[in-house]
Write a protein that binds this ligand. Structure first.
Ligand SMILES: C[S@@+](CC[C@H](N)C(=O)[O-])C[C@H]1O[C@@H](n2cnc3c(N)ncnc32)[C@H](O)[C@@H]1O
Length: 334
């Protein structure tokens, strides 16, 4: 997954394909919340404003900024509450697009390729955890294997190859049936690194995923790895490598535990729908024109992005009452 997404020049996030956009006609592969509606960033800005104020900081750090759409929305909404906006993105091609989108903010926006040793401010990442490479585990006839990729002998075709492993999912999977799933060591290591560097501030990650009891449910026996190309999803990461996005859902329990073990507190965990309602999306929708309202609806509808997408909030120091989790907090399900 790491090679398919990030190999220089060839990986999906390292090539010049368009990737993000509203419709396949634009040559894009998938749409994200900030691409769908500017009201996503405006609502999220209410949470960021509270977090900046509470933590007495004036910097925003965005991981995986895509086209720069969310940064634009946040910077416009937050105004001079943000002294500096730093983007950390692995994709050089997307960085160029972000630079175009954010040109008008001049030196307030900067790009870094590595995290500095010490950071202060509010961190945000929309659909970045799902892009972090996962490891596949397969239970076959009751024996756990790690699933890797090999070249089929005598051909150039990529095929799965399993080998026995002592790795296990974080919870026991009931039953004896064959079962494929993922573990997320990279995303969890990333959270630990972030926790180690963030001296003052908070972090909000938005993504699709579940708590571990739901993630490793015995019936979810095919795992969650999905590919996205031209607004179609498929489950074969070995085909068209580099030409499509590969993602896996987020195990939010693993994220919360990694954060806590590294010293961060959990502010809350809620569905995106709940979070955005708490952040005042309905009021923003009331003031918007019908087409904008219609698109924004998709952010909160259960059968669209409202229920599958979740938000987790983390903080340095003691947890405080964060606006986005003021009603419908589901931290107890993690
Ligand atoms: C699915 S896109 C989401 C883009 C944007 N946040 C949005 O909502 O439209 C994933 C983004 O994460 C970036 N990315 C993936 N892994 C990353 C990592 N480890 N650190 C920083 N950025 C990463 C990709 O280059 C891309 O910009």
């Amino acid at each position: 997954m790491a090679q398919a997404l990030y190999t220089p020049g060839l990986g999906y996030y390292a090539n010049d394909l368009r990737k993000l956009g509203l419709m396949p006609g634009s040559g894009s592969d998938f749409v994200t919340a900030p691409e769908l509606s500017p009201l996503f960033g405006r609502a999220l800005a209410a949470q960021l404003a509270q977090a900046l104020e509470h933590t007495q900081t004036d910097e925003v750090w965005e991981f995986g900024a895509g086209s720069g759409a969310l940064a634009l929305q946040l910077l416009e909404a937050l105004g001079d509450k943000v002294r500096r906006y730093t983007i950390v993105d692995l994709s050089g091609a997307l960085r160029a697009r972000q630079q175009q989108t954010l040109e008008k903010f001049g030196e307030r926006v900067r790009w870094v390729s590595e995290l500095p040793a010490h950071m202060q401010g509010v961190v945000v990442g929309n659909e970045v955890l799902d892009a972090m490479p996962v490891q596949l585990l397969a239970r076959l006839d009751g024996v756990w294997h790690e699933r890797g990729v090999a070249l089929e002998p005598g051909s150039q075709r990529l095929v799965w190859q399993d080998r026995p492993t002592s790795l296990r999912p974080p919870v026991e999977i009931e039953g004896r049936h064959d079962y494929v799933s993922e573990i997320h060591p990279q995303a969890e290591a990333y959270i630990r690194t972030l926790a180690g560097r963030l001296q003052r501030g908070a972090a909000f990650f938005i993504d699709y995923g579940f708590p571990e009891a739901e993630y490793y449910h015995p019936q979810r026996h095919m795992g969650t790895v999905m590919c996205h190309r031209a607004h179609q999803a498929d489950t074969d990461p070995l085909a068209d490598v580099g030409l499509k996005d590969i993602t896996a859902h987020v195990n939010f329990t693993g994220i919360a535990l990694a954060a806590q073990e590294a010293g961060l507190g959990v502010l809350g965990y809620a569905t995106q729908g709940r979070f955005l309602l708490n952040c005042g999306l309905p009021q923003l929708m009331e003031q918007a024109e019908l087409p904008v309202r219609t698109q924004a609806h998709k952010l909160i509808m259960e059968h669209e992005m409202g229920e599958l997408f979740k938000v987790i909030g983390l903080t340095v120091g003691e947890p405080w009452l964060a606006l986005g989790f003021s009603a419908g907090d589901r931290t107890h399900t993690l």
